[in-house]
Design a protein. Sequence first.
Length: 281
Amino acid sequence: MPPVLTVIGVGGMGEAIARRLGSGRPLLIADYDAEHLADVESALRRGGFDVTAQAIDVADRDQVAALADRAASLGEVMSLVHTAGVSPAQATPERIVEVNLVGAAYVIEEFGRVIADGGAGVIIASVAAHIFADAVTPEQGTALATLPASELAGLPMFAFPDMQPEFASGLAYGYSKRGNVIRVQSAAPLWGDRGARINSVCPGVTATEMGWREFNAEFAHSSYEAMIDKCAAGRFGTAEDIASAAEFLLDPVRSGFITGTDILVDGGVVAGVRSGRIQLT
């Protein structure tokens, strides 16, 4: 059976990953925006890719399960990359938790039952997962790791009474992305039982449509400017930077001993924050 690559979320990062890794194999792409998905599918098909598209809301477990089954029908599910997510400038705190945390947990679980021996998955999280690392208590971390996916949104840490919406969305985003990293680590042994690996990638400020939307949001602009101007790399990240990290983590030769871990692809933002060079407001 041919090795299948599934890419969930085909915005800037997802499309770059699909183009970089999808040649010469069945490629299944999925996205919430059906019109955008159709455009990407058409462009990939015209570029010679063997592509199948399926619209999905990752916050709906049945839809995620159907996508996993669709991937398995195309061949051996060897590679999964999950990039789908919404940002504080795009969504309410509730929707951020549903998509970024619960949706990713559904993907980890449903693709964990179909991933092939020797396969690998990558969950795209965010630099926020590291910035919020100390904000998540050990008890909260245990809950993020062990609760059934459907119960994650009910955690008290996701209740933000009397808080301004933009700040509540920022907290929901940071906690959710921290939850992604924790959830990946927790899932690694179960994926290992199938002979597969799973890891996460935490991008910094990346020049995609979503990245620019966050950069231009009034409530976050000064922090994003500091992360770009004062990070060690001194630039935006690119979708290709993230695709390169995903390619490495999916490669059974170059990264076959790496599972349950996170690669921070942030140009040195976290290093700058921890050293005091970068001040986030």
